[in-house]
Design a binder for this molecule. Structure first.
Ligand code: CP
Ligand code: NVA
Length: 304
């Protein structure tokens, strides 16, 4: 079998609906899966901190009968001069899959190219594909379908936003990236997503005006204003992003049953207000839980 990486949402372009369905099925099984990954090891390399990604991959591997192996990049030769290519080739002799959280997407690509086992991105500076799959599962659970739904992403056009653009385009969700002009999503990804959306009869749009973009939205989505590895100061970020905060004023112009999403961790009082994240529209903790189920679907598809 040809090995498969998932380092961009585009790597799920042909089977994202099936992956969402598999994740739904696995969620219903509540951890009783009959150990389909018995004897398999997933190595997880982290260059940056993580709560959700680390724990959900760890538990996913255990519940599927396999073995998770946590590795901090700092403690590996990778951080002391060994090339990522040699690291990938050596690791491929020991383990059945590699999950990698990297600063630089070029390192992710190099690992993906050199490993002979599947490589799964646990986030880099360009994308966060596992988050986007969990987000699609969350949308399906709460809204029932994708076509014709309107998602407005507010704030920094970052890795999470880039992956959402592709995921929405693939699943047929209309998406507006509502970001300041200086922090729009990756231009190539915007274009690529718009092309896919075109084929699916949906729309990918950009806006700088939250009060216009959020009218009749089904989903309001935000993420931190300063991502890991971003040198923007909090003071500057507050100035740039202030009007993109998800608050009651924006919720009031969205659809009455609008859901509010955030990949977490969040900064209450910055990109989202405390009352909104704790309010009845917020689905952020379902969204966090769904990382587990979405990643099980990915692990089963790539490692079984
Ligand atoms: N959403 C997400 O990836 O969270 P962590 O950084 O805690 O893994
Ligand atoms: N955009 C954030 C996501 C964290 C899960 C970051 O890269 O830090």
């Amino acid at each position: 079998m040809v090995k498969r990486n998932i380092i961009s949402v585009l790597d799920m372009k042909d089977d994202m609906p099936q992956l969402v369905e598999l994740a739904e099925k696995l969620k219903k099984e509540r951890g009783n899966h009959g150990e389909p990954l018995r004897g398999k090891t997933l190595a997880m390399i982290f260059e940056k901190p993580s709560t959700r990604t680390k724990i959900s991959f760890d538990v996913a591997m255990s519940e599927l009968g396999g073995h998770p192996l946590y590795l901090s990049a700092r403690d590996m030769q990778l951080d002391h001069g060994e090339t990522v290519e040699d690291t990938a080739r050596v690791m491929s002799r020991f383990v059945h899959g590699i999950m990698y959280r990297a600063f630089d997407y070029k390192m992710m690509d190099r690992l993906g190219d050199s490993a002979t086992v599947p490589v799964i991105s646990g986030l880099d500076n360009l994308e966060h594909p596992c988050q986007a799959l969990a987000d699609m599962l969350t949308i399906k659970e709460h809204l029932g379908s994708f076509k014709g739904k309107k998602l407005v992403y507010l704030g920094d056009g970052n890795n999470v936003c880039n992956s959402l653009l592709y995921a929405c385009a693939i699943m047929g969700v209309d998406m507006i990236a509502c970001c300041p002009a200086v922090r729009m999503p990756n231009a190539e990804i915007m274009l690529g997503a718009a092309r896919i959306a075109d084929q699916n009869g949906s729309k990918i749009l950009a806006s700088h005006e939250p009060l216009e973009a959020c009218v009749d939205a089904d989903i309001l989505y935000t993420d931190t204003w300063v991502s890991m590895g971003d040198s923007t100061s909090e003071e500057v970020a507050v100035k740039i992003f202030k009007k993109y905060q998800i608050n009651q004023e924006l919720l009031d112009i969205a659809k009455p049953d609008c859901i509010v999403m955030h990949c977490l961790p969040c900064h209450r009082g910055q990109e989202i207000t405390d009352d909104v994240i704790e309010g009845p529209h917020s689905v952020v903790f379902d969204e966090a839980e769904n990382r587990l189920h979405a990643q099980k679907a990915i692990l089963l598809t790539l490692l079984k």
